[in-house]
Design a protein around this ligand. Structure first.
Ligand code: PBG
Length: 341
């Protein structure tokens, strides 16, 4: 290199100038590596028994819908090209008990909602949560032992198998165990197959972290106070946010047990896990951009501290770039509308 002479023209001798490909919109378009497509989006929806649609305070734009409202929402999403919805029930507290007995009711809210959607909007794939937390008074995802100090694994898995079979009978396309019990994917696969539901897919919440980002959702489905008693926290089954190897191990176990999708949840703070799992797994990788991630963007935008649309779009693009094939996101409808427009 020449020494610096301020009287001379300053020219770098660079064979490679990455900025060449950033100069115009058309060059940038050709160079773009990652896209968020409408086919990548899954809309989580919250269903309630009756009454008008109710807003969820910490999740602007999200409503608890009755079955009729839910079906109408699915119609709109399908028309926008959104391939799937994930249904979560907001249960009447009177139906909850310590065992989550209502989860075994063949006519429970979720199952009626599924039948209504499949009758009216057959082209949209329906995903249902397989976990006991909406049905238990204590808010845990499983059955507790006698003194309430432990969620019993195998007893819980047995209940999950029962739930998954009921959901398959109701016409669900994909069952999604979100409980983080050991061995549940294999047990659910076997139960479904034994009952003739060989084509019901499993989306495993494989790397579900014990995260503070679930806060707004617990308000939305009414498990807020219940989520974890003082005696027992969800970190006895959900994963430690500090652990990367364990996340990959658990996801590959789910894949071996027959998972058709493996999921990372939350998404935005776990992009490294998404990438590593995309590289390690053969099946479709899902990422769940959870309630707290959604609320965070809304809150900052409301304060005027972030640009809402740009931050929203960047958050989804980052999840795609990290390696997610599909994204569960409360932004699904809005982004699908924008992509269509
Ligand atoms: C539990 C469940 C959770 C979410 C969906 N199902 C987490 C929890 O309460 O532990 C969170 C979803 C979100 O935050 O958007 N089965």
């Amino acid at each position: 290199m020449k020494s610096f002479d301020k009287t001379e023209d300053f020219k770098l001798d660079l064979p490679r100038r990455p900025r060449r490909m950033r100069r115009t919109a058309s060059l940038r378009a050709m160079a773009q590596e990652t896209y968020v497509r409408v086919e990548d989006l899954i809309a989580p929806l919250i269903v309630k028994e009756a009454g008008e649609k109710e807003p969820v305070g910490s999740m602007p734009g999200l409503y608890r819908l009755n079955i009729e409202g839910l079906v109408a929402e699915c119609r709109e999403l399908a028309d926008l090209g959104v391939p799937a919805v994930a249904i979560f029930p907001n249960m009447d507290p009177d139906l909850k008990d310590a065992l989550g007995s209502e989860a075994g009711n063949p006519d429970t809210l979720t199952l009626r909602a599924v039948k209504a959607i499949k009758a009216a909007v057959p082209e949209i794939s329906v995903i249902t949560d397989v976990a006991l937390d909406p049905y238990t008074t204590h808010g845990h995802d499983g059955v507790l032992n006698e003194d309430g100090s432990y969620v019993m694994n195998d007893e819980t898995v047995r209940r999950l198998c029962e739930m998954a079979v009921l959901q398959a009978e109701a016409g669900v396309d994909i069952v999604a165990p979100s409980d983080m019990m050991d061995g549940r994917v294999g047990a659910i696969r076997a139960a479904l197959d034994t009952c003739g539901h060989i084509d019901t897919a499993i989306m495993a919440y494989s790397a579900k972290f014990a995260s503070a980002y679930y806060g707004p959702y617990r308000e939305a489905v009414g498990s807020a106070k219940a989520a974890g008693t003082t005696l027992l926290g969800k970190e006895t089954y959900q994963m430690n946010p500090a652990n990367r190897r364990e996340a990959i191990m658990d996801a590959l176990m789910d894949e071996e047990e027959g998972a058709d999708f493996v999921m990372v949840k939350p998404a935005g703070a776990y992009l490294d896990i998404i990438r590593e799992l995309r590289d390690a797994s053969e099946v479709t990788v899902a990422a769940y951009q959870v309630s707290g991630e959604y609320a965070q963007i809304h809150a900052a935008a409301k304060l005027g501290w972030l640009d809402y649309e740009k931050t929203r779009d960047e958050s989804l693009l980052a999840i795609k770039r990290a390696g997610a094939d599909v994204i569960l996101t409360y932004f699904a409808k809005e982004v699908a509308t924008k992509l269509k427009g």
